[in-house]
Design a binder for this molecule. Sequence first.
Ligand code: SAM
Length: 196
Amino acid sequence: MENYDIYVEDRIEDETINIQFKDRDTIEIFLNKGSSFGSKHTTTLLAIESLKFLFQKDGQIVNSLDLGSGSGILSILIKKLGGRFVDSCEIDEFAKMESIKNFKSNINKDLDLPSFVEAPLLKIKQYNLIVANISGRFLPDNFPRISKIIKPNGYLIISGFNLNKEEKYVKLLKDLNCLMIHKFIKKPWISIIFKK
Ligand SMILES: C[S@@+](CC[C@H](N)C(=O)[O-])C[C@H]1O[C@@H](n2cnc3c(N)ncnc32)[C@H](O)[C@@H]1O
C-alpha cells in the first residue's frame, strides 16, 4: 500500500483555481501557499474533468473517498459539487496538514469539512465514489482492494498515469466488475471513470 513517489507542486503564493462549467456558475477553490501536490498539474485537471462529468451525470453521490488528497483540491471540489460526505486519505503528514488548512479556507461549517481516514483500503466502509490520482504501481497493485470498497453501482475515477496503461487498467478493472464509462485525455495523460 505504500507509495514512495515524491509529490510536490510549489505554490509560492495563495492561488484561486477557477473551475468552469457550461451550465452553472464557476466553482472557485482557494489554495493556501504550500507545496502539496494538487493545483494545476494535468493529472489533477483531468481528475477535475472526470468529477465534473460524473456529478453532471449523477448528482446524488452521497459518500466519496479522495485517495491521496495532496492539497485537498479534489475533496473540496466534491463538496462544492454537492457530494454529501467526503473522506480524505493521505500518507504524507505534511500534505494532510495542507489539505486541512485548505478545507477550512473553502468550507465554512466545521461539520461539513471532509474527514481524514487512515488505511481505508483495509476497512469495510464502502463508497459511492472513489477518486485516486496516484502514479506508479499503487493503482494497479491496489485495484482489488479499491474495487472492494466501492458500493454496487458506485464509481471509481483514476488519474496519474499515461495513455499506454489504459488497456491494461481497463482489463484489470473489468475483471473486478468495474466497467469504463468515460475517459478524458490530454496527452500523454489520461483519467478514466469506471462504474461497478
Ligand atoms: C499526484 S498527488 C494527487 C493530489 C490530488 N489528489 C490531485 O489530484 O492533485 C498523489 C497524492 O497521494 C498521496 N499518496 C501516495 N500514496 C498514497 C497512499 N498509499 N495512501 C494515501 N495517499 C497516498 C501522495 O502523498 C500525494 O499527496
